[in-house]
Design a protein around this ligand. Sequence first.
Ligand code: SF4
Length: 703
Amino acid sequence: MDEAREVRTTCPYCGVGCGVLAGIAADGTTTVRGDPDHPANFGRLCSKGSALGETLGLEGRLLYPEVLGKQTGWDEALDLVAEKFSRAIAEHGPDSVAFYVSGQLLTEDYYVANKLMKGFIGSGNIDTNSRLCMASSVAGHRRAFGEDIVPGVYEDFERADLIVLTGSNTAWCHPVLYQRMLAARSEHGTRIVVIDPRRTATADECDLHLALDPGTDVLLFKGLLTYLAQAGKIDAGFIRDHTSGFDAAASLAEADAPSVARVAMGCGLTATDVQAFYDLFAETECTVTVYSQGINQSAHGTDKVNAIINCHLATGRIGKPGAGPFSVTGQPNAMGGREVGGLANQLAAHMDFADEANIDRVSRFWGAPNIARRGGLKAVDMFQAVADGRIKALWVMGTNPAVSMPDASRVRAALFKCDFVVVSDVTRTDTTRHADVLLPAAAWGEKDGTVTNSERRLSRQRPFLSPPGDAKADWRIVSEVAARMGFGDAFAYQTPAEIFREHAALSAFENDGERLFDLGGLIDLSETEYAAFAPRHWPAPERREQQARLFADGRFPTPDGRARFVPVRQEATAFTVDADYPLALNTGRLRDQWHTMTRTGSVPRLMANAPEPAVDLHPADAGAHHLKDGDLAHLSTRFGFVRARVRVTEAQRRGQAFMPMHWSGQFAAKAAAGLVSSPVTDPHSGQPELKHVPARIMREETG
Ligand code: SF4
């Protein structure tokens, strides 16, 4: 390296998708700064993003393929993977194998993995850890809009007069978006309402905080729909011309949530606060409602999403500047995974299995007569199938389910028992311990491809380092296995740009405009154009300018062109607290950590604020359990136990506890939130209820 240079790329952490300029000095040292020209962040970075340069060391990196713990060459490792998968398929059928992938994969990686599993192996068994993050939003969007569409763009946060943040600790989990919201607030007085059982860093800054009882979000938004109807604040013209199902949704809402007083009682709030929220919403035309894991990670997450969307449809506040429901995603490329079909219930390019015409279309496009004809196993069910012995060969790509999946002990036992486990990843994790074959993948800074952020904006991740050792791109690893399984012609990719062009072509294949996901204008990108690709939104159809904010014309991708109100019921959480398990345990993120800390855990300044796993308790609960701040506690649920320090804080409501989701065996034994989380899932989305599980706590006897 003899010349300093700067490479334009994208942060690999969260769904905000900030642009990053990675500077490489002549001596090889790397610096990172926010890209002032990237429209997601305009130069801003949060604590995690600004520490990216400190995560590029090789400590813990997987450098060479391993078979049963012994270093080997790529040929031997990939021959074995292809042979074991082919044999399982031959002996037990295509549904005996599965891929569990990740929102960390680039779109090109995702596309190739999905094509191999659904197109050529002929099973729907590919699911992603994004299932744990936003599957309920996907299901809710499809019910309401006919397609998985986030209608708005980040600019709406600056144009809104009211931002409702529900189930979203935006200040910590999407910090740069939060900075944009606060800047808008100081410039033109945007009001911010936070709906969250905890007093989070986000709630600290808001105009109104509704610390509702866990799981009562549907009731709150049904009450809002009732209130809007009763107060004459609905947009009757929009409802008439652009929607269906209003009467059924409104009458069910009125039956269950007839008054502010009833809602307040059901949600554990004061009538004054509920009234204040309803008045603000009713009177503020430019309202954006942002929702995230606190809504999605629930046994009724899809209904919660639709309860929110119902209120926006009723007021016609969708597809307009500064107005709309807005799901923000956790992972850097959760959206890219949604686009290519990385969820087990999706087929490809936003098409699903419900329509035979989709299956036929994708089969012809791929030249894949053996294509899967139905969806596969969603994450929790997939690991259950591994435990039951139905899955004989599993490939985990870029994720750590031994820590992050709910009921993680059962997941570890399933991995231990599985006939054949492949893990391709960047570093060693709790999951790599279970691998028969370990494959070293290229990391951020080495990878080359695209990601899509929460506002449907595609950006490039560009390489500025060479992969160390034998590490290589995920799409290459999957393609080489596909070739060994006899599918070489369909996987003869030489560059990520080639894969991207094929992905774009599939989205436009026999698409007469009915399907909004359309990258037809990007089919002919040359290698040079792909290299220089500037951030842009989809849809990007041929011969049309990009359309940023969707649904501006009031048309939706449903058969009748109308958005659908969905009647929803307030249901109880999957488990309720009782005398044995009196605390409602919630899990979530810390400001400075990312997922299971495989990257951020190596940066001392990111570890400084929370060096140990902790359980937050209200002072009254701590006192009742004879615990004080700093004590080591044993916290258990019906699914397992963890050990963590007690942090006593007034931010926690009485009867509730909170612990971060990040710790793994790498950093603290027996502190993974997955060990105590419930695997109960939402029936529509398959997303587990990670925000609520009854727990009990006692002092850990260290004796
Ligand atoms: Fe990265 Fe998200 Fe922080 Fe932006 S907000 S720098 S994308 S972690």
